[in-house]
Design a binder for this molecule. Structure first.
Ligand code: HEC
Length: 379
């Protein structure tokens, strides 16, 4: 297993290197279509792939050029740096003379017709909504478990303004800067940082691209809009590989509760990132027949990653910072002289070690304690 992942990584890095080394234009021969990236979506005979058939195109050159330059729906724009007006003209002529062979219209085109930007956004919106509702449901559970009901009146007494200040500070210091790990274990902090900041980088890149490059035209690798997602993706990839190695080595990792879900998250993330890199790589290497398939796999991985997020280790990303903020609030209330029982419980972040937590709690409670013990697991 491990060896396989290492080989995938080595392969990726090597092919990225060759891809960066090779530059420019692979033969602009007479058969332009079969060497263009158009073929990846419009099929080898231009009778359609995920995009519609464009053999015997009825579009005028002007309309054709406009489609190529501006993109259409899922089709990215192609700037003149990648294909000159003259090349588009030859391509147009070439396509007009290609035979129309209806039997060659693939089934993939049926899928392709469904995959309009509108439908894809609808699916993503639906999945986000689903994840959001269940994430809120999960959070409600943890708020209850962390004793929010008994904390609330004391927070009001302490002052909501102060409580908000403490919460924001905790989100930054405990959440975004992962202070607890910085203090305890620098290498695990680094791994968390790679995943967390890499993830934020990917999200920022996605937002920036939809604003600054809405037609998703191909950019040079040195462009900040390309560099940001590439480096962020690489950070997440290294982070997630580190987690995979740790999952294999850490004896305490199996808490008997969530191992499967933890692995599901880590594997989905791995597939998402690798298929993302592979899409870029295939595009740059000119292996256009595979680009769309791998890209669809990438989209499917993202969809699954989001849809399962409230049930997998992914929820770590919001549950732990929120629980850490709850701990800070509890501390602040306790400092003001009120003892809240659950303050003595293990702090969030001790997930995965439930057996040790149980022993620890029992020791702290002492032998005279005979009330119920409720173990809380922070995802
Ligand atoms: C990522 C996949 C993809 C690539 C790459 C791609 N296309 Fe498209 N193309 C599409 C899709 C999908 C549509 C349908 C868009 C719609 O109608 O919403 C389309 C539509 C078109 C149309 C309009 C067809 C019509 O009858 O309305 C033309 C012309 C076209 N593409 C030409 C090209 C050319 C030339 C290239 C290469 C420079 C290219 N495409 C590359 C996916 C792609």
């Amino acid at each position: 297993m491990m060896a396989r992942y290492i080989w995938i990584l080595v392969g990726l890095v090597l092919s990225m290197a060759t891809c960066l080394a090779q530059s420019g234009d692979p033969s602009a021969g007479k058969d332009l279509f079969s060497t263009s990236n158009c073929m990846g979506c419009h099929g080898q005979t231009a009778m359609g792939g995920l995009g519609p058939p464009i053999a015997k195109t009825k579009l005028s050159f002007e309309e054709f050029l406009k489609t190529v330059r501006e993109g259409k729906g899922m089709m990215p724009a192609t700037p003149s740096a990648d294909m000159s007006d003259d090349q588009v003209r030859s391509l147009h002529t070439e396509l007009q003379s290609k035979p129309w062979i209806p039997e060659e219209i693939p089934i993939a085109y049926k899928v392709g017709q469904f995959l309009t930007t509108k439908n894809v956004s609808k699916v993503f919106l639906g999945v986000f909504l689903f994840a959001f509702i269940f994430a809120i449901r999960g959070l409600a559970f943890w708020f209850r478990a962390a004793g929010f009901a008994s904390l609330w009146p004391r927070l009001v007494k302490m002052g909501i303004g102060k409580a908000i200040g403490i919460t924001i500070k905790s989100f930054i210091v405990d959440g975004f800067l992962v202070r607890s790990l910085w203090r305890n274990n620098k290498s695990r902090w680094f791994m968390h940082g790679l995943m967390l900041y890499g993830f934020c980088g990917l999200l920022t890149a996605d937002i920036l691209i939809s604003i600054l490059n809405p037609t998703r035209s191909q950019l040079p690798l040195s462009d900040p809009l390309k560099l940001l997602p590439l480096l962020s993706g690489l950070a997440v990839l290294i982070g997630v590989s580190f987690v995979m190695v740790r999952y294999r080595k850490d004896n305490y990792i199996d808490n008997g509760l969530t191992l499967g879900r933890d692995f599901l998250f880590v594997n989905l993330l791995f597939h998402t990132i690798v298929s993302g890199f592979l899409t870029i790589l295939l595009k740059r290497l000119g292996i256009h027949d595979w680009v769309m398939t791998v890209y669809l796999y990438h989209l499917a991985s993202i969809t699954l990653l989001i849809a399962t997020s409230p049930f997998t280790r992914f929820q770590h990303m919001w549950v732990v910072p929120i629980m850490a903020a709850m701990t800070r609030l509890t501390e602040a209330v306790t400092v003001s002289g009120i003892d809240i029982g659950f303050q003595r419980e293990p702090s969030p972040g001790r997930h995965h070690k439930s057996e040790r937590i149980a022993k620890n709690v029992m020791e702290q409670l002492g032998s005279e304690y005979d009330g119920p013990v409720c173990l809380r697991y922070y995802p």
